[in-house]
Design a protein around this ligand. Structure first.
Ligand code: FES
Length: 159
């Protein structure tokens, strides 16, 4: 599914800022200011990221096939030639189907996952397939296994 470059850029920026806020590096007010959105809108974006993954951050109204769409290999070649290293591509999926997943345990907060994630219930049934997720580790969430920010209300929370 193709999105215009502007929509992709918006989703990438929102993802980065929300992940930093979930990690406690930013307050939610700061995240709202960076993205030029209201705190309510930021809460909605956080919910979308936690429940629909990275795809949830895309503005579906802007989904249109682009006639300028380039093949993935060509884009990867351009990104690899970036002299400053500012451009980075997500790792391509290895042949065996397993991709690297980054796991970060945030201080007093959720476990943050990035990568191709297949989340299963205890019985092995598919719960979600995501590219990013924040999983509750405090037990206070109303939406297990995802973090809903409830850890911020717990006594002793430092964020
Ligand atoms: S870690 Fe966020 S609600 Fe539990």
């Amino acid at each position: 599914m193709a999105y215009p470059p502007g929509a992709v850029e918006c989703a990438m920026k929102a993802h980065e800022v929300i992940m930093r806020a979930l990690d406690g590096q930013l307050t939610w007010i700061q995240a709202a200011e960076i993205l030029g959105r209201s705190p309510r809108s930021i809460r909605r974006l956080r919910w979308l990221l936690q429940h629909r993954g990275y795809d949830g951050l895309f503005d579906r109204r802007r989904r249109t096939p682009s006639p300028k769409r380039a093949p993935v290999a060509e884009v990867r070649a351009v990104v690899a030639r970036c002299p400053s290293g500012a451009l980075r591509a997500l790792p391509s999926e290895p042949e065996n189907g397993s991709a690297a997943v980054t796991v970060r345990v945030s201080e007093d907060g959720p476990v943050l996952l990035r990568g191709r994630i297949r989340l299963e219930r205890a019985d092995g049934a598919l719960l979600a397939e995501l590219e990013a997720a924040s999983l509750c580790r405090c037990g206070a969430t109303a939406n297990p296994p995802f973090c809903d920010g409830s850890h911020e209300r717990l006594a002793g929370h430092r964020g």
